[in-house]
Design a binder for this molecule. Structure first.
Ligand SMILES: [Zn+2]
Length: 471
């Protein structure tokens, strides 16, 4: 492993509210998102037809199809917006299909005029992106004012994306910045966290422990929300009163989401500032959401988003989801059955008094270190780990991180890339380790998850021993 600090390029985005857009500007923005929607929805039909006719399809083919349509009578308006709108829509469609083929997402859905969030790429040519203080240049429109300056300066800008939510317009500036990553010389500060329901995050290491409690906006705003929704239900569907009320409900949802997002970013930034390696549980969030008693509390904290942020802010390693982190005593490894309501419990063997969340956090730390060491011990597995890392960076350089799914395992996710035809991994059949790098967006590019080491190894060991005995 390299011991020298390395400078690597990373993609970052800054979402800035557009300051008081004029009527004409809003009209133009609407045209942009409308064109994007048109290309995405109709492109999907084109894609389907081509797929059924067994013709080759890709984002580029879809783009060229619609660029050609610009000259057709009745579709000249496709040329009224920046050319990147069509390109961006085609790329979105392409990656949506790729995710579908890789079984990461379900089949691409049609976009609708009333979707709560809409977007369009208004410039994707780094050489022509111009930002000047609090203003940005949009091709075919001119300069627009922004509420704040972009926080990334003197760097390469990759694209400008226009988004709208609840009649508020935003410009997302995507930039490529240089980040220096320390080599082996940097001391490892590792920590772990336990996702809980009463104290939302219990973070810490051997000597330090802190409980972070989220704002829980849904629980606090439940009454007001249900009142608004009751009022909405009494309006005539589709009437102007209905639309107004619907807007109020949407705005209230947005407010709660913003409160949650603010806290999540503060919490994960704090973790990234304190630690450089972090162990978390690989929780089955989707499965737990099916439990009605837990669903509301989980979605109010936003476990999924927290995990996503942790993965791109620092090296995060997930441990086996069946590891009984809450039930083990961290002093004597005694396993004790606990109810969900047991917040403080006494170990039946060594009689230590434990706080449920703190105990779980320490157990995850111990288990996380063990899993990490195990990876390091297995030379081959470590090779896969490094390979995945290097591939990830390669993909980032190519600016295709959003579609890069790398799975290094013996049997799953080993399908060749739809577009390039290359196999995204080297894992031999029966490799002991499952390393997955799912780069579903450039912010995920750093995502490196190592999971399944424990249970998989066990299974492998069982198989080997049974084979030996049968011989
Ligand atoms: Zn004990």
């Amino acid at each position: 492993m390299d011991t020298q600090p390395k400078t690597i390029l990373k993609h970052r985005a800054h979402k800035i509210r557009i300051s008081d857009p004029t009527e004409a500007q809003i009209e133009f923005f609407r045209k942009c998102v409308g064109t994007k929607r048109f290309v995405f929805n109709n492109g999907q039909r084109v894609w389907q037809d081509k797929y059924q006719a067994k013709e080759k399809t890709s984002a580029n083919i879809i783009r060229n199809f619609f660029v050609g349509k610009k000259k057709e009578a009745g579709l000249e308006w496709l040329g009224d917006v920046p050319k990147s709108v069509i390109q961006g829509a085609a790329e979105d469609l392409g990656s949506a299909y790729l995710r579908f083929f890789k079984k990461v997402s379900c089949y691409p859905k049609q976009k609708h005029r009333k979707d709560s969030e809409q977007s369009a790429v208004v410039n994707n040519d780094p050489s022509t992106i111009r930002l000047n203080g609090k203003s940005a240049y949009i091709p075919k429109l001119g300069w627009i004012k922004l509420r704040e300056e972009c926080r990334y300066k003197d760097c390469k800008y990759i694209s400008l994306v226009l988004t709208v939510k609840n009649n508020k317009w935003y410009l997302v500036v995507r930039a490529e910045i240089e980040v220096t990553e320390g080599g082996d010389n940097q001391p490892i500060r590792d920590g772990s966290c336990d996702f809980g329901l009463t104290s939302d995050l219990t973070i810490g290491n051997d000597t330090y422990c802190e409980k972070l409690v989220g704002p829980k906006p849904l629980r606090k705003g439940e009454k007001k929300l249900s009142k608004l929704q009751r009022q909405l239900a009494k309006k005539k569907y589709g009437s102007s009163g209905y639309c107004k009320k619907q807007y109020q409900v949407a705005k209230y949802h947005e407010k709660m989401a913003n409160q949650r997002k603010d806290w999540q970013h503060k919490a994960t930034s704090k973790i990234a500032g304190m630690f450089n390696r972090f162990y978390i549980e690989n929780l089955n969030t989707k499965g737990m959401m099916k439990n009605h008693k837990l669903a509301k509390a989980i979605s109010d904290v936003g476990w999924g988003e927290l995990k996503r942020q942790l993965h791109y802010k620092l090296e995060t390693i997930e441990i086996d989801r069946y590891f009984p982190s809450s039930q083990l005593c961290n002093c004597c490894d005694h396993k004790q059955k606990l109810k969900l309501s047991d917040r403080i419990w006494e170990c039946g063997k060594c009689h230590t008094l434990h706080d449920r969340d703190e105990n779980a956090q320490i157990n995850i730390l111990i288990e996380g270190r063990r899993v990490y060491d195990e990876i390091m011990e297995q030379g081959k597995a470590y090779g896969v780990y490094l390979f995945a890392l290097s591939r990830m960076k390669e993909f980032m350089d190519k600016n295709t991180a959003r579609t890069a799914g790398i799975y290094a395992s013996g049997d799953e996710g080993n399908a060749p890339d739809k577009e390039s035809g290359e196999k995204p991994c080297v894992g031999e059949a029966g490799t002991k380790l499952v390393v997955s790098v799912s780069g579903l967006g450039c912010e995920h590019a750093q995502l490196l998850t190592v999971f399944g080491v424990r249970s998989r190894n066990k299974r492998m060991a069982d198989q080997n021993s049974s084979q030996q005995t049968s011989k």
